[in-house]
Design a protein around this ligand. Structure first.
Ligand SMILES: Cc1ncc(COP(=O)(O)O)c(C=O)c1O
Length: 392
């Protein structure tokens, strides 16, 4: 038999993080003491109350049947309650859907609304799934929205040719640049989407990972957003549950129903027991302030960020301290692949910026997903490499 992949699959580039994982595995097999600051997978465990809840919910024999395509009513209510507490936004259960990770929802939303040849605005650089898993796998045409440092890594929406644009992705706090936005920008984005009849997919996966008093807004806090927007959230980063695959999308009822329609033909929702655990995790919020364990998590990331950024600065690099996400985006001003390869030679793995899009070239992304002692050791190794480098 001759096996031929579908054209849309043939067009896909290799999945960046799978490639990086391969190199990391090879290095580990060679017994290299590798410090991996490349993939955004927290090294911290979920808090004990979440593990206890898992044990209890898995042991409940009633929790092993199919779940509803849109998610369990209790879970959707917990999401709506969390939104009210965290963002002061009212949502009904109809405006909420459970996802098997937000990556899944981001990929499937285009399946519900993008026709072949429709154009989709995708930030560049960005999380690769907007371009590949979502737009390209649904025969849409990705249109890059450059995120430039001089604009605070925000797109220039006035410069966009709006013709035949069906959908647009935005993500703040941003991966990979770690940029944040205020409500003024969100209002502009909503206005742009409303004027041009564009579905606005707002990825808020990092809303809870923030420092120095910064609190990330929801796009649904903006008047009129509910007419055009769907917002994605995840328990992955907030509760250190990346492997548990539980997330949710909220927003415009029709957009949520489109996503439900697609998912009901493809999967049967996240396991009931995981939705019950995630509901408990969300209920740990008592107000718009993060619960104590999350404050501690963010404190840990802030300390790691300070170790990394202070060291990079002492090496002569210019580097901002991010207010959110667990990434540091370094402008190396030269070939990002070469820089990443050079760091790999001393056992430090980072992600070359070009993997996030053309405008990521000359940058590398550090993930703060190692203890600060390991980050300090990585900095020592980098410093030895660049002892005499004139980096600016
Ligand atoms: C910006 C962004 N969105 C979404 C995701 C997907 O997260 P998950 O599928 O674990 O919810 C990630 C994961 O790294 C991400 O960085």
């Amino acid at each position: 038999m001759t096996v031929e992949f579908a054209d849309r699959v043939k067009r896909l580039p290799p999945y960046l993080f799978a490639e990086i994982e391969k190199v990391i595995k090879e290095k580990k097999a060679q017994r290299v003491d590798l410090i991996s600051l490349s993939i955004g997978d927290p090294d911290l465990p979920p808090p004990p109350f979440i593990i206890a809840s898992f044990k209890e919910e898995v042991a409940n024999l009633k929790n092993h049947n199919y779940s509803f395509s849109q998610g369990e009513p209790d879970f959707r209510q917990a999401v709506a309650d969390w939104y009210k507490k965290r963002f002061h936004v009212d949502l009904s259960q109809e405006e909420v859907i459970a996802l098997i990770g937000s990556k899944e929802g981001i990929a499937n939303i285009a399946r519900a609304f993008v026709n072949a040849g429709d154009r989709v605005l995708v930030p560049d650089p960005s999380y690769p799934v907007y371009t590949n898993g979502s737009t390209m796998l649904n025969d849409g045409i990705p249109v890059p929205l450059p995120l430039l440092q001089e604009n605070g890594f925000k797109p220039d929406l006035e410069a966009v040719n709006q013709k035949k644009i069906k959908m647009m992705f935005l993500n703040y706090p941003n991966n990979p640049t770690s940029a944040t936005v205020d409500k003024k920008f969100l209002r502009q984005a909503v206005e742009f989407a409303r004027e041009n009849n564009i579905i606005l997919c707002y990825d808020n996966a990092y809303s809870e990972i923030s420092f120095d008093g910064y609190k990330a807004p929801s796009i649904l806090e903006v008047d009129g957003a509910i007419d055009v927007a769907v917002e994605f959230h995840s328990c992955s980063k907030t509760f250190n549950m990346t492997g548990d695959r539980i997330a949710f999308a909220v927003g415009n009822k029709q957009l949520i129903s489109g996503l439900t329609k697609v998912k009901s033909q493809i999967d049967s929702g996240p396991p009931v027991y995981i939705q019950k655990v995630a509901a408990k995790a969300l209920e740990s919020y008592k107000s718009d302030e993060p619960p104590d364990f999350l404050k501690k998590t963010n404190q840990t990331y802030a300390e790691r960020r300070d170790v990394l950024v202070d060291s990079l600065r002492s090496m002569g690099f210019k580097c901002d301290k991010p207010k959110a996400t667990f990434y540091v985006w370094l402008n190396y001003k030269s070939d990002s692949m070469k820089f990443a390869t050079k760091l790999l030679s001393v056992g430090v793995a980072v992600t070359p910026g070009v993997g996030f899009g053309e405008h990521g070239e000359n940058y590398v992304r550090f993930a703060l997903t190692q203890p600060k002692e390991r980050i300090a050791e990585a900095c020592k190794r980098i410093s030895a490499l660049f002892e005499c480098a004139d980096t600016q």
